[in-house]
Design a protein around this ligand. Structure first.
Ligand code: OSB
Ligand code: MG
Length: 370
């Protein structure tokens, strides 16, 4: 696979409703799209970093830099046998996982077309529809959250994740549980707590939650092991797992019983699949997380979610949950069964909605070999 040119685009899309987590309130989704041109075809990938380093250390500016000055020159410098070998070749460059993942995704998208196989087939996916859920942000009060939950259930979501932070936790979650005794419910703290908050987690432990996601520090796996010892509810790690090695260590320590896998966080689909396989061997359930992706990233995450050990619902909601108008056509839609279809196209390019893509593009740069 020879790449002749790469294009970066900075996109800014208004969210239909602001999304608040313990670390930020987001009203717009900004991201980079990577386009690779090669063999007469185009491949597309998405960089999920945020404009500020609030989720992990990367930002859209650091990703642009790493792509422009490191990954794009390396990619254009030679022929690549496969996207997996490209990913292995980039391991020598430390971290910068979201930048790598965006570029790798574009190569996978091209590879799918070259092989004339959907990504789910190339990755040995086993299902053509996947369970998905909805992630609901922190609200000013219950009066604003409850209608959101009601709407989500009306739309067909069968699993709800609530964002929590100190001051927006036990009371809120207990009331939701009281109103919906059978609902599949989980919470995500995005690292907002410490071990001193044990009583909060003991109270949450009584609410039949499917899991508690990333309660403690973004880079911790030791305190999480201690907390998991005190709880029946499984801890799920998100931020703390940025590589296969870190996943292996966390499972050895007993820091989590569930793993959220985001390709962006771990450096791409090569690493994401390796973590999936490792968890499968150890009997640890996984699900595909989300970063409010545009349709491009979301379709590719749906392909990943078709793998056998993604047995829990992913954060891969329908397009209308995020945007008035997504950049793909048809948009991602939720079925009455609470599932979404895995893409059968070869690459996402044929589904790009160009008028929207052009409308949201704020900056564009093309790169050619030296
Ligand atoms: O922690 O899972 C998270 C969005 C941005 C950053 C971190 C997270 C999230 C979400 C959104 O929960 C899930 C989605 O894309 O629907
Ligand atoms: Mg999370």
């Amino acid at each position: 696979m020879k790449i002749d040119a790469v294009e970066l685009r900075l996109l800014c899309m208004e969210l239909r409703t602001p999304f608040e987590t313990s670390f930020a309130r987001e009203t717009h989704k900004e991201c980079l799209l990577v386009r690779v041109d090669g063999e007469g075809l185009q491949g597309w990938g998405e960089v999920v970093a945020m404009s500020e380093p609030l989720y992990n250390e990367e930002t859209l500016v650091t990703c642009w830099h790493i792509l422009e000055d490191v990954l794009i020159p390396a990619t254009l410098s030679r022929d690549w046998e496969s996207p997996d070998l490209w990913a292995e070749g980039m391991v020598r460059y430390r971290r910068n996982y979201m930048a790598k993942a965006g570029m790798e995704a574009a190569l996978w998208d091209l590879w799918s077309q070259l092989r004339a196989q959907p990504l789910s087939r190339l990755w040995r996916g086993v299902r053509d529809r996947v369970d998905v859920g909805i992630s609901l942000g922190v609200e000013s009060d219950l009066g604003h959250l409850l209608p959101r939950i009601e709407d989500a259930l009306q739309e067909g979501y069968r699993r709800v994740k609530l964002k929590i932070k100190p001051g927006w936790d036990v009371e809120v979650v207990a009331e939701v549980r009281r109103r919906y005794p059978e609902l599949t419910l989980q919470v995500d703290a995005n690292s907002a707590y410490g071990l001193e908050h044990l009583p909060t987690f003991q109270a949450l432990d009584e609410l039949q939650l499917l899991m508690i996601e990333q309660p403690l520090a973004y880079d911790d796996i030791v305190d999480h092991a201690q907390l998991q010892q005190c709880l029946r509810t499984p801890i799920c790690l998100d931020e703390s797992i940025d590589s296969l090695d870190q996943c292996r260590r966390a499972l050895n320590l007993g820091s989590a019983r569930v793993i959220n896998i985001k390709p962006g966080r771990v450096g791409g689909f090569w690493a994401a699949r390796a973590i999936h396989d490792h968890c499968q061997q150890r009997g640890i359930a996984c699900w595909v997380g989300g970063m409010l992706e545009t349709g491009v990233g979301r379709l590719q995450n749906l392909s990943l979610a078709s793998l056998p050990n993604f047995t829990l619902a992913g954060d891969i909601s329908a397009s209308r949950r995020y945007f008035e108008r997504d950049i793909i056509e048809p948009e991602v839609e939720l079925g009455a069964d609470g599932k979404v279809s895995v893409p059968t196209e070869f690459g996402v390019g044929s589904r790009l909605h160009w008028p929207s893509l052009e409308r949201y593009t704020q900056r564009r740069q093309r790169y050619l070999p030296d």
